[in-house]
Structures are given as C-alpha cells and as structure tokens.
Ligand binder design. Structure first.
Ligand SMILES: Cc1cc2nc3c(=O)[nH]c(=O)nc-3n(C[C@H](O)[C@H](O)[C@H](O)COP(=O)(O)O)c2cc1C
Length: 471
C-alpha cells in the first residue's frame, strides 16, 4: 500500500466537484494552426489506403445522431434537468468507440517510417478533417517501437476534457478508455500484424509528441507490421518434431509471453460448461452503440452468452498478462443458466458459481442513475472485471492502476463488440458503486470489481436516428 495510485483507487469512486466547468473550452478536436497537413483519401473505406481507413475506424467522426432534450430523461428521471437554454433538438457527432460522457478525450498520433502509407514523420490524426498534421519529419520509430513496425500509433488522453465533467475521476476514465481504444484498434487492425504495448518510456514519447505531460497522458502504443510478399513455401517439417521443438523454443525465448500474475485458486462453486462460440469483433465495430433506453427484459440465449464471454476473457495481443483482471459476471434470465453471480474461466470456457439468486435488487442498489437502475431490472448479463491491486502493484509499481483499469476497459469493450455482432445491446456504466457488490462476490484482500457493462435485448424505443458519415 505505498503509492498515490493506491490512494486514488481507494478514494475515488464517483465524480468530484468541478468548481467552474465553464472554464474548460468546448472543443473536442485539437488544432495546430499553421502546421503542414497531409490529406488522407476520402471516403476512407473506398480507398486502398489501409492506414487512413484504420484511423477513421478507430478515432474518426463516423456517426451523427439526432437526440432531443427528452433523451435526458432516462438518465435523470426528471424534467427539471432539461436545460432551459438548449434548442429542442441536438445534432451530436459520435465516434466508433464509446467514451465516458461522450467527452472523446482520446487522441491518436502516427509515427510513420518510410514503408508507411503516409510521409515519414510524427503526425497528429485530426478526426474532423480526416488528415494528418505533421509535427516532425524524420523517422522516429526507434523511440516507440519494440518490433520492426512500419507504422506506430500512439494513443493519448486529453485530461481536461474529462476533468471538466468528472473532476478527480478523470484519471480513472482516461485509464479505462485507453484499454477500450486499444481493444478497438486491435479489432479494426486485422491483417496489419498489430500488437499493443501499455508499458513503455512515457516521458520520452510525451516529449516526442511535444505534449505537456500534466495535460495529456500517453497511454498506449499500437505497432503495425504489415506482411511482406509470400515466398514459395517448402515441404512440411512436421515429421521432424524434435528439431522443430528445439528451434521453436529459441523463438519463444526471444519474445516471451507476458508472465501471468499469481493464479487465483479455483473456487468450489458449481461449474457450467458453455457452448463453443466464435465472436466477430470487427463486425461488431460497424453497429456498436451504447443502448440509450436500456433493455426490454427478453431472455438471452446461451449462444449469445457464450459469444460475449468468449470475447470478454480473450487474451489481447499486448504486453499484459491474461489474468491481470478476472472475469466476473452476473446473470439473470439466460436460458438454462441459474440466476446469480459467476466467475468466467476463459481457459475452460466455464462459468463458476460464486453466489446464487436473483441479482437485480443488488445491482439496483449499487446503481446511481435512473437508466442504470432500469438496466438492473431489464438486462440479462452484467460484466464486472475484477482486479487484485496487491498482485498488480507488486508486478508493476506505480503503473499498476493504469494497467489494471485498461485491462478492465478492454475486456468490456471486446464483450460489447462481440455482443453488437450478434444483435445484443450493451452499455458501459461507470455510475455503479461496484465496490458495494464486492462482498457478494466474496472478494478478499485488495481485490475489487472495477467497472460494469450491461447486456440485453435493446429497448424498442432505444435506437436513435443515426447517420453514418463514412460508409
Ligand atoms: C468508461 C465509460 C464509462 C461510461 N459510463 C457511463 C455511465 O455511467 N452512464 C451512461 O449512461 N453511459 C456511460 N457510458 C457510455 C457513454 O455515455 C457513451 O459511450 C457515449 O455517450 C457515446 O455513445 P456511443 O457509445 O453510442 O458511441 C460510459 C462509457 C465509457 C467508455
């Protein structure tokens, strides 16, 4: 229990007061007046420029949505919160990824080498103009890459965009969102050999991008290693397993997998085996959205449950161990699965019962907003990644909090993408006092549940008119 992250983790569960929210500028896109720009082909999906398409699918302004002030009602449950000074309708722009309070505090930078599809240099991706702003020319990849990457993407978070609404809680959301951004990047970067890192020399990369580290944090890098033309293949060597084994062990040693944290002992709860599932995360990126009106309470099929859980517990192609978080969930009205709290065991694709019984009342008591309480009544599945602060701090020192929150955000976002691909609606919610559920889960020591997402059949009034801006 040594560092400031630990104190923050124990103390900050909800937003804190922001004395003067109007002091924060409304812009959510950066500008670099006078800097040279490199246009990317538009529309991104029609061009052969894979990097341009990847950036649009990741950080682009891809959706516009019509809402009215009445859409606030499910959040506030009261007409009083409807603002006097707003017009009767709002046009809001949205991006492919979810974002706390739709503050869109994440940014992407591009570190391009000579084999990249854009000029060599350090660039800011401007989502409003779908172009690159050149900050430096020259090949700076050696500062950010751990592999022979053609291009490296760097994800940052502009803290004040979140602080304006959430006060001290901005850091929690920034860390969660880095995991969400990376999970999304790995889903849309299919075929570019993408891997991510969350442990790197922060100060060097911050300096490379010319950022003020107090205002904007560098949280993740994604390395893209596109394939070279294939050579004519030789005959199979599987008939010489001894030689192949000796060779493979050297390769494995040269790039070891992240070592797991100490393994949590198996529980004694009843186990339920789940049907095999193949989640399609890239397909989910096309339709994912946060359910605006919650769910309609219809039962969920075991196939949908298995698909969502498979994505939830899947190891990402990154530098963090697969068990940095454990995969807890709560279930009600899933055909053939008794209601209760469970731990999902990815290696066995099984659910282990933690606490039996209808969970809805407990979730409702932990939920702060009206929409979240509605979700407690009408969703079928609630996912709550759990992290052990002690084990994470021992491995990662001061960085432990950031990494654990990122792992939680990534796990939930993978689940939301898998859900969207099978027509299950979802919403990530930070307005749930998840620590109130920890004793019910039987969590001990410094284990805590970190965030919640709800899943179910979308409420029929939920879908809002939405216009796709890029496809
Ligand atoms: C970390 C995080 C926390 C969130 N917390 C809440 C929440 O407490 N309540 C809520 O209604 N929505 C929450 N959301 C959902 C966002 O409001 C939603 O993603 C955003 O409005 C953009 O809409 P979209 O997801 O449809 O693109 C959260 C999203 C994220 C990523």
């Amino acid at each position: 229990m040594s560092n400031e992250a630990t104190r923050y983790h124990e103390d900050v569960h909800t937003p804190t007061e922001v004395a003067n929210p109007k002091a924060y500028p409304p812009q959510v896109v950066k500008s670099y007046p006078g800097a040279p720009r490199h246009p990317l082909p538009w529309p991104p999906e029609k061009s052969g420029n894979r990097l341009g398409r990847l950036l649009a699918d990741l950080g682009g302004i891809t959706r516009s949505q019509w809402l009215t002030p009445l859409d606030m009602l499910p959040f506030t449950d009261s007409f009083e919160a409807i603002p006097d000074d707003d017009p009767l309708q709002w046009l809001v722009t949205r991006r492919p990824t979810p974002s706390g309070g739709a503050r869109y505090s994440s940014e992407w930078y591009v570190i391009a080498g000579p084999d990249s599809e854009v000029p060599t240099g350090v660039h800011y991706y401007d989502p409003a103009r779908h172009d690159l702003v050149r900050l430096r020319s020259g090949d700076y990849r050696s500062w950010v890459a751990s592999r022979p990457a053609a291009t490296v993407l760097v994800q940052t978070n502009v803290f004040w965009r979140l602080a304006a609404k959430y006060g001290e809680m901005y850091y929690r959301l920034a860390c969660l969102e880095s995991g969400i951004q990376v999970a999304h990047a790995l889903a849309v970067a299919d075929g570019t050999g993408a891997t991510a890192r969350l442990c790197f020399p922060d100060a060097d990369i911050t300096e490379l991008l010319g950022l003020d580290p107090r205002e904007e944090g560098v949280h993740a890098v994604v390395e893209l290693v596109p394939p070279v033309p294939s050579a004519f293949g030789g005959p199979s060597l599987t008939t010489f397993p001894l030689a192949a084994g000796a060779h493979a062990s050297v390769l494995a040693q040269s790039r070891p997998d992240p070592a797991p944290l100490p393994i949590a002992p198996a529980g004694e709860g009843r186990r339920i085996s789940l049907p095999h599932a193949e989640p399609d995360l890239p397909a989910g990126t096309r339709t994912r959205h946060a359910a605006v009106r919650g769910f309609n309470g219809e039962p969920m099929s075991p196939g949908a449950l298995a698909t969502i859980l498979t994505a939830y517990g899947r190891q990402a192609r990154w530098d963090l161990p697969a068990n940095l978080v454990e995969f807890y969930c709560v279930i009600a009205d899933v055909t053939g699965v008794p209601a209760g709290a469970y731990r999902y065991l990815p290696d066995r694709h099984q659910l282990e019962l933690v606490s039996e019984g209808d969970p809805r009342q407990r979730i409702r008591e932990a939920a702060l907003a009206a929409l979240t309480q509605q979700g407690a009544r009408t969703a079928n599945l609630w996912l709550l990644p759990v992290g052990d602060a002690e084990a994470a701090e021992e491995r990662y020192g001061a960085r432990w909090y950031r990494l654990q929150q990122a792992a939680a955000g990534a796990a939930l976002h993978r689940a939301c993408l898998a859900a969207a691909a099978v027509d299950v609606a979802s919403r990530i919610q930070n307005d749930v006092l998840t620590h109130l559920l920890d004793s019910w889960f039987g969590l001990e020591g410094r284990k805590r549940s970190l965030l919640m997402a709800h899943f179910g059949t979308e409420h029929p009034a939920g879908l809002r008119p939405e216009f796709r801006l890029t496809w």
